[in-house]
Every structure is written in structure tokens, then in C-alpha cells.
Design a protein around this ligand. Structure first.
Ligand SMILES: [Zn+2]
Ligand SMILES: [Zn+2]
Length: 122
């Protein structure tokens, strides 16, 4: 693994904020002043493809997640914060979907949109 890859992986693994490529670019430049945004995109794609991080298409932006176990997200409509939610894998909904589609469901991840506690109090 290249030094660039290692630093970018550590940045994504080191935050729960589900950062965008732009954020990762800004942060990685503190350690790799010569890195380009194109390289950051390429490394993020490679890391996603090898399963070390997850790419998430949320809203109109791509976010990256260092938490790779199956999980869902709650997203604040006001401030854009994204947080993790781990749900029981054998919820009734999984059975419902299996019955409706005849698929064997092995993973579920949902996106829930609303207002976070901070924005509710604004
Ligand atoms: Zn909020
Ligand atoms: Zn997540």
C-alpha cells in the first residue's frame, strides 16, 4: 500500500462524519501537500473496491464511510450530518421483503431523513 493510500485510509477510518472527497482532499493535503484531487478520487475508489471503506451515495453527494459492517444511516435535513444506526438484522421488515420478492436478504441498509437534536432546538 502506498503512503498516500495509507494516509487517506486513516483519515476515513478516523472520522465518523462520513466525509466527502473534498473534505478528505483538504485533510490529506496537511500531510501530503502535493496530492491532487484526482489522486484522492482514485485512491478512494480503490479503497472502496477493495472493501476497506464504503462509498455512499447520499443526497447528491458521494460520501465515504470507514465503518464497513452493514449499517443504516440517519441524515439531518438541516445541517447535513450523517450518523450510523446499527439495526437488528432479523427485523420483521427483512422477512416481509423476502416474502414479497423471494430473495434471500443478507444485508439491509436504510437511510432515514429528519432533524437532528441540535437542529430541532434551533
Ligand atoms: Zn442537524
Ligand atoms: Zn456509516
Amino acid at each position: 500500500m502506498t503512503q498516500q493510500k495509507k494516509i487517506i485510509l486513516e483519515l476515513v477510518k478516523g472520522t465518523k462524519a462520513h466525509p466527502t472527497a473534498d473534505w478528505i482532499y483538504e485533510e490529506s493535503r496537511k500531510q501530503l501537500p502535493k496530492i491532487s484531487l484526482g489522486t484522492v478520487y482514485r485512491v478512494l475508489n480503490e479503497l472502496s473496491e477493495s472493501g476497506l471503506i464504503k462509498g455512499l451515495n447520499l443526497g447528491n453527494q458521494k460520501h465515504f464511510d470507514g465503518f464497513t459492517a452493514p449499517h443504516s444511516h440517519v441524515i439531518c435535513r438541516s445541517c447535513g450530518k450523517i450518523e450510523d444506526v446499527v439495526l437488528e438484522s432479523d427485523s420483521g421488515l427483512q422477512t416481509t421483503i423476502q416474502n414479497l420478492t423471494n430473495y434471500t436478504i443478507s444485508e439491509q441498509n436504510y437511510e432515514f431523513y429528519g432533524l437532528c437534536p441540535i437542529c430541532q432546538n434551533k
